[in-house]
Write a protein that binds this ligand. Sequence first.
Ligand code: UDP
Ligand code: MG
Length: 323
Amino acid sequence: MKSKPSIYIIVPCFNEEAILAFSNKKLEDQITKLANNNLCCPLNSRILYIDDGSTDGTWRLISSFAERSNFVEGIKLSRNKGHQNALLAGLDECVNKCDLCISIDADLQDNLEVSSQMVEHYMAGYDIVYGIRNDRSSDSRSKRFYANFFYSLMLAMGVEIIPGHADYRLISQRALIELLRYQERALFLRGIIPLLGFKTAAVYYARTARLAGSSKYPFRKSLALAVDGIISFSNIPLRAIAYLGCAMALLAALGIIAIFINTLQGNTVQGWPSLMVALFFIGGCQLLSIGILGEYLGRIYKEVKQRPRYHLEERTKEHQENN
Ligand code: UDP
Ligand code: MG
């Protein structure tokens, strides 16, 4: 059994002023509860907010929490870089300061209470603990539909993801150090974590509805995340192009044989419409294939440029050890 760990709870926030006061109260209560149950060392445990370039009063709120409480710190990105990069900024920030970190969305739709179980698993020797939603009935039907669709598609494409798990998880410091060695720009954390290995466990909970504010993950962002997940972790779409090409060539060969036989039997070839359909079909397949190649090429271009993944604009004052 390990001794009481120092914990960073990292919370990415994009335009979350409507809910942040509520969430902050719950997060501070949770740190206190963990400390009272001997599950964390309150001296150097923190809630770390990452303001992902919000345009509302989110940073003002974070700064005021940090003024008031020694448990709260915040960093502000210079512009909106997306949830995954905001999380990365938080992980970078806390890696040398804690024994473990727990990431959770600012709206606390993922049950904060089960973080106690996560820490218990850590104390028992686990390095990674996944939070898994076993009930998503609070999400809209369309969101559930496309989330399920993307999960199934990714699994079919060989991406190793944990169904029902998003970005609510505990990571020990040594796993975090390894995670930060992955330098990719198209970041898809939930695809990388299973690649790390280490002893892993899971805790289960029902996802609740967002109490205030609106989702910052519209269909467009979810689609971009799913495409990142597939392209970064799977070569199956590229292979599918090759298979499609083979299938087309085979069909064409059969067609040629059929035409040859028809000509020998004296049947004249009719059917311009079917010819046009075939032409459009092949043209469509070619464009789709070029599009898929383009997606991979675009990713490679992005990766080779090695641009920074976020920029820090401001941070709240660091607290010395709490008493
Ligand atoms: N978020 C972020 N940057 C973005 C979009 C979202 O940091 O560009 C944060 C957001 O503030 C929240 C988390 O990512 O903490 C998940 O977003 P949200 O709850 O809106 O997604 P949903 O639960 O609807 O999938
Ligand atoms: Mg949410």
